[in-house]
Unconditional design. Structure first.
Length: 421
């Protein structure tokens, strides 16, 4: 059994059409068969009635003229010759045969079921076999017949007219008509299906295929800003699908940015964290080596921070760190990067900055930190900072060497500041 869920829209639509076509063809075949049989019977009945009425009127006219039995049979013979594919026979009832004489094998013929039924009931009978339609029409005696048939009464059966039609005579034109109608119906059905199939492919299949291809391109390119072209899609439903997909990508980008910020930003100070700083340091070191440009590294450690934590609690220390973070973000150069790399330790990356410029920036940062104060529970709190400077390539050509040099310089500065108190 075919699993439609595993097929494409086009193949599913085609499978459904074939299924409907088989059902419709079967129903049409049954209807056509019934129509053929019903129409053949009806046409045979009508034609037989017309012919028997014509024959009866001809025979009645002959009878009124007093023609003999031989003359009546001559008339029937002429009718048979005029209609070679139709057999016409007349047969007298027993009463008429007794009065005017019987035809050859008349008694045997009156025993045939159809003839006997028509003679007994006075009703026409129709019998259909594979190749022949037989119509037996009773001739009922009227008032004008009594003058010649003295032994008859009005309403009695004088005899029968037996007419036999070959089925093919009626079937051929009927089958031609029905077949032509059936072929026209199937042709119209196929044309309608093709039109519908083309419309579905144009308005639904092709746009969805295009969306799928563009989605795959977005996935392979890993470009977070690439989007589907909504105007290029087909129906309004497909455009809405593309719009919803783009909206989903926008929300994923927002979520990704938030996750990236959480993974790269220190929550307390709003500065970069150690992970972000290490990534930026690697990029800057590679760029400096490639273009032979200088850059510098500052390592800062806060002074008087531990006594504040011990005296006023960690909330006070957090307030100082948050205040310092806001001040540093506001006053530093756009290309500089400062990160919180420890509890009260900070690192600063200065692109395109040599040793002299780095020392000037170090003095500026220390001054900025000393001028930053925080009001905590009615008390004004502030800290100082010790700073160490290391520049590429004078103090090292890798991250570890530069960090060691900057740490050593920072500890030396901290020792000088303690000695100068």
């Amino acid at each position: 059994m075919i699993n439609l869920s595993s097929l494409s829209i086009s193949k599913t639509f085609l499978a459904l059409f074939l299924f409907i076509t088989v059902i419709a063809t079967g129903m049409l075949g049954s209807m056509v068969g019934y129509l053929k049989n019903h129409s053949i019977n009806q046409m045979a009945l009508n034609e037989a009635r017309q012919n028997t009425e014509l024959i009866f009127q001809s025979l009645l006219s002959v009878m009124r003229k007093g023609w003999t039995r031989d003359e009546l049979e001559e008339v029937v013979g002429r009718l048979n010759r005029a209609l070679p594919d139709i057999e016409i026979h007349t047969l007298r009832s027993q009463h008429v045969a007794d009065f005017f004489g019987d035809v050859e094998d008349g008694a045997a013929r009156r025993q045939e079921p159809l003839v006997a039924q028509a003679l007994a009931t006075g009703e026409a009978t129709l019998n259909q076999s594979d190749h022949m339609l037989r119509f037996v029409y009773p001739v009922i005696a009227h008032q004008e017949c009594i003058s010649c048939h003295a032994n008859m009464k009005e309403g009695m059966v004088n005899g029968v007219i037996d007419i036999r039609f070959p089925v093919e005579r009626l079937r051929v034109p009927l089958e031609y008509t029905v077949n032509w109608v059936s072929l026209s119906f199937v042709s119209v059905l196929v044309i309608l299906f093709l039109a519908l199939f083309i419309s579905v492919r144009r308005m639904l299949v092709h746009p969805i295929t295009g969306l799928s291809r563009h989605m795959a391109e977005i996935r392979e390119s890993q470009d977070p800003h690439k989007r589907l072209h909504e105007a290029e899609t087909g129906s309004s439903e497909v455009r809405k699908l593309a719009h919803n997909f783009n909206t989903l990508l926008d929300r994923l980008d927002e979520a990704s940015d938030q996750l990236r910020a959480l993974s790269e930003v220190d929550a307390l100070t709003g500065l970069a964290n150690r992970r972000k700083f290490d990534q930026a340091f690697d990029v800057e070191l590679a760029r400096a080596k490639r273009y032979e440009h200088p850059f510098s590294l500052l390592m800062l450690d806060l002074n008087r921070f531990k006594p504040i934590n011990d005296t006023y609690g960690h909330d006070a220390g957090d307030a100082i760190l948050a205040g310092l973070g806001e001040s540093l973000r506001t006053h530093l150069r756009q290309n500089d990067l400062i990160a919180r790399v420890g509890g009260d330790e900070f690192a600063m990356l200065l692109p395109e900055t040599g040793a002299e410029g780095a020392r000037l920036m170090a003095d500026k940062v220390v001054e900025m930190i000393e001028q930053t104060s925080v009001n905590y529970q009615g008390k004004t709190l502030s800290v100082g900072a010790s700073v160490g400077v290391a520049s590429y390539p004078e103090d090292g050509d890798g991250m570890q060497a530069l960090q060691i040099a900057a740490d050593q310089a920072m500890y030396a500065d901290k020792a000088r500041r303690k000695a100068g108190r």
